[in-house]
Write a protein that binds this ligand. Structure first.
Ligand code: ADP
Ligand code: MG
Length: 165
């Protein structure tokens, strides 16, 4: 089975945010070989109802899982951290998104890769570029060039996450 380099976006703005992020990183590390983890960023919510600030991070893994299998595993991790789905873009204990999967484009019901809204979100792009500086979209566009184009959104870099073996 061929291995693919994938980027996973993590977000939390309910409960003990840092512990949800740490638990997710440990779980993601078991879905493949962990290549890099960004710092943890505190970010203002973008869209959705009024809600508290998020912690965001990005993990990069080399995985043998197909995209849909990866998403299924991430859903389980969200549920283990008490995720409840009420309203879209509402507050959540843990949100895990497949941002990139190699240079592949995925257009299935329930899974679109690259993640359709990542190009407008500084809270995704900043940690992604930190963890995977030469990441590219399927068409070869450097993800770093998207960062220059996003409008100002409050993003504060926090401490780096714990290191994993
Ligand atoms: P959001 O992540 O947009 O804040 P949710 O986590 O509630 O909102 O996800 C909404 C839907 O997005 C899910 O039902 C999921 O199937 C779908 N989805 C589509 N593409 C992706 C992707 N690349 N990663 C994660 N979820 C995705
Ligand atoms: Mg999501």
């Amino acid at each position: 089975v061929a291995s693919h380099r994938a980027a996973v976006g993590l977000g939390s703005n309910l409960g003990d945010r840092r512990s949800h992020i740490d638990a997710a990183l440990s779980a993601i590390a078991r879905l493949g070989r962990l290549v890099a983890v960004s710092s943890i960023y505190e970010t203002a919510p973008v869209g959705g109802p009024e809600q508290g600030p998020y912690l965001n991070a990005v993990a990069v893994i080399d995985t043998d899982l197909a995209p849909i299998a990866l998403l299924t595993c991430l859903r389980h991790v969200e549920q283990q951290q008490g995720r409840e789905r009420r309203e879209r873009w509402g507050p959540r204990t843990l949100d895990l998104d497949v941002l990139l999967y190699g240079h592949e484009t995925v257009a299935m019901q329930g899974l679109t890769v690259p993640h359709p809204r990542m190009g407008e979100r500084r809270f995704v792009l900043e940690p992604l570029v930190e963890a995977w500086p030469d990441a590219e979209l399927p068409d070869g566009t450097a993800v770093g060039s998207l960062l220059d184009a996003v409008s100002d959104q409050d993003v504060v870099r926090h401490e780096p996450p714990p290191t994993f073996p």
